[in-house]
Design a protein around this ligand. Structure first.
Ligand code: GDP
Length: 305
């Protein structure tokens, strides 16, 4: 809880500060009110479409309730944000899914370089390991210099084994070894870190497909989750990346990182609303414990703190 509030402090300092400044000037609900609100939302990376949608639903709500005071309006905005977020899930599973007990659950992490894949894998490994689960990490980012070493480092830190190949090894071969070992040794979880060079999109997507096929060769009902990791502080870029990956890989959810450092944070709403994908985890910092489930209500209320 506290971690969450601390992590979101910067987001509320900017997105929230904008909203608060806007409300400080508040006199009456007129056309100007909605136009200015739309601007504030767009500036906070909520995105044009989502900003318009929020503003429209707020108009309806304001009329319906005959809301006039600042308090009533703030409450209505929070409610509309939460509703918009919840509708974005479209009934999909919000939480990380697990296969039946006794078999291995595989999570595949994808995303561009620097998004926070390796860090997220490390943090999640710590969490699962701490909960008494056996976890195996697979370093399938054999492309980026240092990526394998970085994951091995995380493995040492959180005390879980890491399967790695030789430098420039075929990522699918490393994945095969890892998943096979997990199956043989009955690991609860396999977390696979992959490469993310976007300059070579076709290759990257082919590689991800090959990795998925390889996982299925060993464990036909896996991966349970294909999680796209996006850097929340890149604003609308995060949304663009999410759309690109979603075209070629069957994503089951998103991990939104760096929303602690984000000057904005509104992209959470944009991604959710435009992509209809659940945000399964959020990264709130660089420490091992800085990983949480996203809570729309806390987020929205936090903006007016
Ligand atoms: P990858 O290339 O996708 O594997 O990205 P990395 O995991 O190497 O992360 C890139 C940088 O972002 C590293 O310096 C991480 O410490 C940092 N990072 C990752 N997640 C977060 C987060 O949630 N918050 C902050 N502030 N930094 C993060």
């Amino acid at each position: 809880e506290q971690l969450y509030e601390q992590g979101l402090q910067k987001t509320s300092q900017s997105f929230g500060a904008r909203l608060n400044a806007f409300f400080a000037k508040f006199r009456s609900v007129d056309e100007n009110f909605f136009e200015e609100l739309e601007e504030v939302l767009i500036e906070s990376d909520v995105g044009y479409e989502t900003a318009m949608q929020l503003s429209d639903s707020l108009r309806t709500e304001v009329k319906l309730r005959n809301a006039k005071s600042k308090n009533e309006l703030q409450t209505a905005i929070v409610q509309k944000m939460v509703e918009l977020y919840e509708a974005g899930g479209a009934g999909k599973n919000e939480e990380l899914q697990v296969t039946e007990t006794g078999s291995t659950t595989v999570y595949l992490f994808v995303g561009v370089n620097g998004a926070g894949k390796t860090t997220t894998v490390g943090k999640l490994a710590a969490k699962l390991h701490g909960a008494g689960k056996s976890v195996l990490l697979v370093a399938a980012d054999t492309f980026r210099a240092g990526a394998v070493a970085q994951l091995v480092e995380w493995g040492k830190r959180v005390d879980v084994p890491v399967v790695r190949g030789k430098e420039q090894a075929d990522p699918a071969a490393v994945v095969f070894d890892g998943v096979q070992r997990a199956k043989d040794e009955n690991f609860d979880y396999v977390l696979i870190d992959t490469a993310g060079r976007l300059q070579n999109k076709v290759n990257l997507m082919n590689e991800l497909e090959k990795i998925e096929r390889t996982i299925k060769k060993v464990l036909p009902d896996q991966p349970t989750e294909v999680l796209l990791v996006v850097d929340g502080s890149t604003g609308q870029n995060a949304l663009i990346q999410a759309k690109e990956f979603n075209e070629t890989t069957k994503l089951t959810g998103l991990v939104l990182t760096k929303i602690d450092g984000s000057s904005k944070g509104g992209v959470v709403l944009a991604i959710r609303n435009e992509m209809q994908l659940p945000v399964k985890l959020v990264g709130l910092g660089e420490k091992v414990t800085d990983l949480a489930e996203f809570d729309a209500e806390k987020f929205a209320i936090g903006l007016f703190r």
